[in-house]
Design a protein around this ligand. Sequence first.
Ligand code: PLP
Length: 404
Amino acid sequence: MIDDMLRTPEAIRDAERWTAHNYHPLPVVISSAEGSWLTDVDGRRYLDCLAGYSALNFGHRHPTLIAATHAQLDRLTLTSRAFVHDQFADFCRELAELCGKDLVLPMNTGAEAVETGIKVARKWGYQVKGVAPGMANIVVAEGNFHGRTTTIVSFSTDSDARADFGPYTPGFTVVPYGDLAALSAAIDENTVAVLLEPIQGEQGVVVPPEGYLPGVRRVCTEQNVLFIADEIQSGLGRTGQTFACDHEGVTPDMYLLGKALGGGIVPVSAVAADTDVLGVLRPGQHGSTFGGNPLACAVATEVVRLLATGEFQRRSTELGARLHAGLRSLVGRGLLAVRGRGLWAGLDIDPALMSGREACERLAERGVLAKDTHGSTIRLAPPLVITEEEIDHAVAQLAAVLAG
Ligand SMILES: Cc1ncc(COP(=O)(O)O)c(C=O)c1O
């Protein structure tokens, strides 16, 4: 097809003309998808190795999730929390059981789950721990990514995310990620929580040293501080366990969940915790018009049921081993390092060869979609329904890109 017959360039021009430039997408315009594959407006097919930053853990249009969506669309979509609806209790109970917690508080986006966690931890600090009014503090990690609200970017260490969005919300102390001594030293009588990603996704799939998460758990218990695990990207099967914390046998006080919880169909997030923590909230103190709506609950209940089978965690473990073996074979052949767990990998490309952006553009030309993060790092997070052959295909295309 000659270039001026393609629909892609015009679609990109239109999108750029009419939107704020808060993203720099790859130059592909997707129009349909199924499983691990995307098709663009010109009929080209791509293997999805990003999966909506883990929002599509079950692939595109998983039949069970699509069926649940259609069925719910035909019955009831929204009530607000002014009334109870018939999809609510099952979702909350089944998610609470998956998390091993007493209670669930549903919201919509990941950032809202994080905001919820911060509010609950502060209230818990004042009402249960006895912190002096206005003094509650939360310890967070360098390199964190928890979302885009003004409070959350206040404790970001990424200048793009933070600069010029002040005045910033006080009440956070930033310590190096993976350094237990620094974290312990930052805790005092006003500390109400430690908020961490068990694996830092946006930072380039950074796995903390072994023993760090159990150490954080121990310190939090000893100091009467809540351990809040942001599992919005790392959770729900991505790493080969239901939660990334499970790899080290760690149970946080609060799980923050999002992304895959909505099955790639609707935004659904949630906080899960025990009654002594989530029970501090009273009517009128927190909420969301769309949080826990019937459509969201119907889809997310099926997501929880898919996870309860263990099939996706198993796939992530087995296929992740294949992915990592393939990627490790490229270290020294264009890759400097590979990190990650399960079907989740951060790759450092030799910057002398090309930037992460260039690598992703060349991969896209070869029919594989991935996304760069921070210079020469790219992240692979394919849907957990990907096959062995598709993994081998992705690794082969990456090898070809690196070979120039
Ligand atoms: C660990 C983590 N927390 C929170 C968020 C924010 O989620 P959302 O974009 O749905 O607000 C993200 C998004 O990438 C994330 O990776």
